[in-house]
Design a binder for this molecule. Sequence first.
Ligand SMILES: Cc1cc2nc3c(=O)[nH]c(=O)nc-3n(C[C@H](O)[C@H](O)[C@H](O)COP(=O)(O)O)c2cc1C
Length: 185
Amino acid sequence: MLRHKKVLLGVTGSIAAYKAAHLVRLLVKEEAEVQVILTTSASSFITPLTLSTLSKKPVLTEFVKNESGEWHNHVALGLWADVMVIAPASANTIAKMANGYCDNLLLACYLSARCPVYVAPAMDLDMYQHPAVTANFEKIKSYGNSIIEASFGELASGLVGQGRMAEPEEIVEVLHQHFTDLHIA
Ligand SMILES: Cc1cc2nc3c(=O)[nH]c(=O)nc-3n(C[C@H](O)[C@H](O)[C@H](O)COP(=O)(O)O)c2cc1C
């Protein structure tokens, strides 16, 4: 189902970033082509080495590649993707998506992408329910993005509530459904 599908996977700064490794494994197992983009914050939570090994591609974080001025073409990456997934999506990145900010490679790709975008938030329960955050969810949905709701359970803070990033298996299932619907349409 995901064979040869081009998936642009954005990973942001959340404790749930470790789940991105499993998500990449599942996608690669299905022979999807996965290009991972990390925010700078995300790379404190999970190493580019882990994700580049699993995705079999260099992980991208910065606009500019090296001192000679080579750069990562966010417009080309945005156009390359069949689907973009941001998992985990932090409150910070969601706020930036809602307001058109473009201060990192992930956001530049998001703004350049013509493909459908799925956002899997992860945050503590009070953040998840904060009116500013819920307003940003609504805003990004109004732009045509889809939210893969966080689940209920124990959070990294020790509190219990909604905010756990959807499990990688659930995200893969959403992608299956996405491509099935496209096929039928
Ligand atoms: C240990 C730790 C865990 C964090 N977990 C989350 C989280 O689950 N969700 C979230 O929205 N922010 C979380 N944050 C805050 C983000 O890392 C912070 O807002 C950061 O600026 C996000 O940057 P980014 O959106 O560019 O990746 C956490 C911070 C720390 C130090």
